[in-house]
Design a protein around this ligand. Structure first.
Ligand code: TYD
Ligand code: MG
Length: 454
């Protein structure tokens, strides 16, 4: 069958393909991202049809098979993965440079290497550099092999002959297939390399972890193509200047996607943080206006976080609204509700909202604490420091019920809070009102909530 080479243009941001070059990508609107790549097209139109056999199985006749998982030795990572790395799965680990991707992968080698053979492929660092880091992290397992190469064909060849129990590729942007004309890190290379790796490891039922870099917008470079192919996408977040790191599953075919894992980066590597609420609310200022503790559900566990608001008189005609860790549009909406329904005016103020500790909260249950922090800063009236609030704020100014109410209350009680402001709707359905030490205040409106919090 004859094949011919055809030049196409591919956007490095979104993967949009076109036969024509554009200055601005019609797919995502980014400028200067269309790169020329060569695609091999086979002339199969005149090919004769050949019968092929396929395997079909009746779902009901399949026997249940236990999935085999390798625990990583880091409880928080296992939690995000849904209980460990599933045998035969492909996991993508992504995050900003320097956030700790290589560190965590090297660390888990020590635990997994106790009884499994691991192949660590690095296209970024030399074996000597990795050795230095391994010494610092205390990784000395004899079952860890290093392969410092960037030729994907050679790597796959080695995997087939060596048959390790776990493969780590650090990173997918640095490896390439020599036969392809595009450079390493281009969409075509990333897609083809992942494909080749996937074919190799899936047939051998070997789990693999791929490190993927993010581009300047925080997306995984070569983004959607990779996310579709792998079984799980994990995302490392965190402020660069802080030692805390949050690992989030964006996609997981073998577990829940809303679990988070919290780590602390010390000089001996990353360590699990077993009590994230405690960490996130530590260092809270006392007796200061504009601070309120929220309780959000991250997967199956409730997490407390401090919401801070600062409301100041605006110096220019147009008020500024800024958020960090909270949705900007949601803030505008809450301010509109506070003005129209509760009579607090933010018209001539600059408003800033920040979630302390680098956490991002996007659950509607955090509306009430954000609103209380805003009112507290506006009126310069501190909220009692032993108060926690949660509830969704509706457009009518009403406080609406949220899920997992009892778990949230228990978490607040565990951390020593004395008063919990909750939606009235949730209060009606509470089962354990008697045997609890925390003072529960059900509220229907924002005004009532603020009065109870002051
Ligand atoms: P690294 O894992 O190399 O990041 P990535 O692979 O995601 O680019 O992380 C490197 C950073 O972590 C670097 O800034 C130094 C810091 N670090 C520590 O603070 N402690 C340690 O024990 C290690 C190994 C790294
Ligand atoms: Mg690295």
């Amino acid at each position: 069958m004859a094949a011919k080479n055809k030049s196409i243009y591919v956007c490095s941001q979104c993967g949009y393909e076109s036969v024509k070059w554009y200055g601005q990508c019609p797919g995502c609107g980014e400028w200067n991202t269309m790169n020329e790549e060569v695609k091999t097209v086979s002339n199969s139109s005149s090919a004769t049809f050949k019968a092929k056999s396929v395997n079909v199985a009746k779902l009901s006749s399949l026997l249940p098979q236990d999935e085999i998982r390798y625990t990583t030795g880091m409880g928080e990572l296992d939690r995000v993965l849904g209980g460990g790395i599933v045998k035969g799965s492909l996991v993508l680990l992504s995050g900003d440079p320097g956030i700790g991707k290589s560190t965590i992968l090297l660390q888990i080698c020590q635990h997994i290497g106790r009884n499994q053979k691991i192949l660590y492929v690095s296209g970024e660092e030399s074996a000597y550099q990795i050795k230095l880091r391994a010494d610092r992290l205390g990784v000395n397992t004899p079952n860890l092999e290093l392969l410092c190469d960037i030729d994907m064909e050679a790597i796959c060849e080695y995997i087939r002959s060596d048959k390790p129990n776990l493969v780590i590729i650090d990173s997918i942007q640095t490896v390439g297939i020599p036969g392809l004309s595009s450079s390493s890190g281009s969409i075509t290379q990333i897609r083809e390399c992942t494909n080749m790796l996937m074919m190799t490891v899936k047939t051998l039922n070997i789990p693999a972890i791929i490190v993927g870099h993010v581009n300047k917008d925080g997306n995984i470079a070569g983004p959607k193509v990779l996310e579709h192919m792998v079984d799980a996408v994990l995302y490392f977040e965190g402020e660069r200047h802080m030692s805390y790191r949050i690992l989030r599953a964006v996609k997981n075919r073998y577990g829940s996607t809303n679990e988070i894992g919290v780590f602390e980066m010390l000089d001996t590597g990353l360590h699990d943080v077993e009590n994230p609420s405690m960490m996130l609310i530590s260092g809270r200022p006392k007796n200061t206006s504009g601070s309120c503790v929220a309780c959000v559900m991250e997967g199956s566990r409730p997490i407390l976080a401090e919401v801070q608001a600062l409301v100041t008189t605006t110096n220019f005609g147009i008020p500024r609204r800024m958020t960090n860790g909270f949705d900007h549009n949601r803030l505008n909406l809450l301010i509109a509700v506070l003005e129209k329904r509760a009579g607090y005016f933010f018209g001539n103020t600059d408003t800033y909202v920040n979630v302390a500790g680098g956490l991002r909260i996007d659950e509607p249950a955090s509306d009430l604490s954000v609103s209380l922090a805003l009112i507290s800063s506006l009126k310069d009236a501190p909220i009692r420091e032993d108060v926690i609030a949660f509830g969704e704020v509706g457009l009518g100014g009403e406080i609406r019920g949220v899920g997992n109410c009892e778990q949230r209350i228990k978490e607040a009680e565990r951390l020593g809070f004395k008063r919990c402001i909750i939606p009235y709707h949730n209060f009606k359905n509470l089962t354990f009102k008697q045997n609890i030490k925390i003072d529960i205040v059900p509220v229907r409106t924002i005004r009532a909530a603020f009065e109870a919090a002051e």
